[in-house]
Design a protein around this ligand. Structure first.
Ligand SMILES: C[S@@+](CC[C@H](N)C(=O)[O-])C[C@H]1O[C@@H](n2cnc3c(N)ncnc32)[C@H](O)[C@@H]1O
Length: 221
C-alpha cells in the first residue's frame, strides 16, 4: 500500500484525478445517493477519509449532517482538517486517527472510497467489513468503491489509455501497472458478494462504474 504520508499526502489531490478516471463523478454519485436516503441530522462515518474530499462533498449537500473522519494517515487527515476549516465545517467533523474499532458512535451510513482495495483478501478485508458493520445502525447503508478485477481482457489497457489522456505520463502509467500488481488486491463481484454476506451486509448493488473502479451500496442486515 502507498504510505499516504509526506509527498504522497501533499500531492494526493492533484494526482488522484489522473489515477482514478471519474474521481469527481464517483464522489458526486456517492453524495447524491446519500442525499436520497438519509434524513436531516444523520451521522456519516467516512472510512479512509484522506484529504477530506468525501466529507467536503457530503457536507455541501446537507448542512445538518455530521461526520466521523477516520484514517490511519495523520498527514492525510491534517490536510483534511485544513480543508474542513477552510470550508467552515470543522464543528461538524470528528476526526479519528487510528482504527475503526476504537470508535463508538453508531452511524446512519458509512462511506469507504478507494480504501478496501489496499487490503489483502487474507482476512484483512473481512475484518474491515466486520469492523464497519459494528459501527453502523441496523439497515444503514455502506457505500464502497474500489478497483475491481477486470471484467474483460482489454479493460485495464483502456483504463491506462484514459489515465494518459487525463495527464498521467508514460512513467506514471508504468508505475501504476506495477502498483496494480503489487499494492492492490482487487476483488471480483462474486467474492465481494461473499464477503459482504459473511459480514452482515446485503448483496452490493452497483451504483458507479468507470473502467476498473466500481462503487457498490450494501445494507447492514
Ligand atoms: C486512495 S485514498 C482515498 C481517500 C478518500 N477516500 C478519497 O476518495 O479521496 C486511501 C486512504 O485510505 C487510508 N487507509 C488505508 N488503510 C486504511 C485503514 N485500514 N483504515 C483507514 N484508512 C485507511 C489511507 O491512509 C488513505 O488516506
Amino acid at each position: 500500500m502507498p504510505s499516504f504520508t509526506q509527498d504522497e499526502a501533499t500531492e494526493y489531490d492533484s494526482r488522484i484525478v489522473r489515477l482514478v478516471p471519474g474521481y469527481d463523478l464517483l464522489h458526486s454519485c456517492t453524495a447524491t445517493q446519500l442525499s436520497a436516503t438519509l434524513v436531516d441530522n444523520a451521522h456519516i462515518l467516512v472510512i479512509g477519509s484522506g484529504t477530506g474530499k468525501d466529507i467536503a462533498q457530503l457536507a455541501a449537500i446537507n448542512p445538518t449532517w455530521r461526520f466521523t473522519a477516520q484514517d490511519v494517515s495523520i498527514d492525510m487527515l491534517n490536510i483534511g482538517q485544513q480543508r474542513f476549516s477552510d470550508l467552515g465545517i470543522s464543528e461538524r467533523v470528528k476526526v479519528h486517527a487510528g482504527s475503526i474499532n476504537e470508535l463508538n458512535d453508531p452511524a446512519d451510513a458509512a462511506v469507504c472510497l478507494l480504501v478496501m482495495h489496499f487490503l489483502a483478501d487474507n482476512g484483512d478485508k473481512k475484518d474491515m467489513f466486520k469492523a464497519i458493520a459494528k459501527q453502523l445502525k441496523s439497515h444503514a447503508n455502506l457505500y464502497i468503491a474500489d478497483l475491481m478485477r477486470p471484467e474483460t481482457t482489454f479493460e485495464r489497457d483502456a483504463q491506462f489509455t484514459l489515465c494518459q489522456q487525463l495527464g498521467l505520463t508514460e512513467v506514471g502509467v508504468e508505475r501504476m501497472k506495477h502498483n496494480f500488481e503489487h499494492e492492490f488486491y482487487p476483488l471480483d463481484r462474486i467474492r465481494l458478494a461473499d464477503l459482504l454476506d459473511e459480514t452482515r451486509f446485503s448483496i452490493g448493488k452497483l451504483y458507479f462504474k468507470a473502467l476498473g473502479f466500481s462503487g457498490y451500496v450494501a445494507q447492514k442486515r
